[in-house]
Design a protein around this ligand. Sequence first.
Ligand code: HPA
Length: 274
Amino acid sequence: MDARTQVREAAEYIAARMRVKPTIALVLGSGLGSLADEVEDAVALPYGEIPHFPSSTAPGHAGRLVVGTIAGKAVLVMQGRFHYYEGHPLERIAFPVRVFKALGIDTLFLTNAAGGANEGYEPGDFMIIRDHINIMGQNPLIGPNDDGLGPRFPDMSTTWTPELADAARRAAADVGVGAREGVYMWFTGPSFETPAEVRLARMLGADAVGMSTVPEATVARHCGMRIVGISCITNMAAGILPQPITGEEVIEIANRRRPQFVALVKRTIELIRD
Ligand code: HPA
């Protein structure tokens, strides 16, 4: 079965069960899954039920789609994302994004936990993603191009939609949280970066480093979606502080900042114009 048929079957399965027509898809990062509990009039679909959907294994990721309303807007929430380090080929990671597009969703809201590479950042900071760096030698669009989905050589100059980043900035002011704006650099993981890699990232202009988000953004850009992203800086990236980085620390800080993150994301959703 070709990829397009799989996307269509998954979209039909979801469309038949949702009670609202979402315009925004929200991907929840590590420790942020509970935002899905705030969805009103929710219909929840475990990934395992949806035809052709991959299933998630990363800690802190539940593995279901929740469709309903947040802040009065119809949204589809992806509670639990797929990471390259779990062994999913990048086209599997791309799959949900293409399903969202097939459902008529034109805006993708990506969230994640990330390490601060910018020495001016502090754990607990939020960063609105202005741009990203992918020098991993991997790209979810490698392979034959389906011209019906998007162009062979998609332009990436405004991947992170400026008006949506502006909405996030206004949202931060409205809810009274600080927000940085910066560049997210993708590493495959699952090992955290070395101090030398973090120095490299900083030299290249990265403010934060993480193991997700860029594959989804690349696919979303390919199929013409608008994209906004916010990182929760859960730790300083390797080598900045004289201490090791642990997965537990990432989850702990993400959990601690969750109320503010939830408020920021909700307000941003409210401010996004269709
Ligand atoms: N590196 C990569 N991914 C991360 C980090 C980090 O320091 N913190 C949270 N996710």
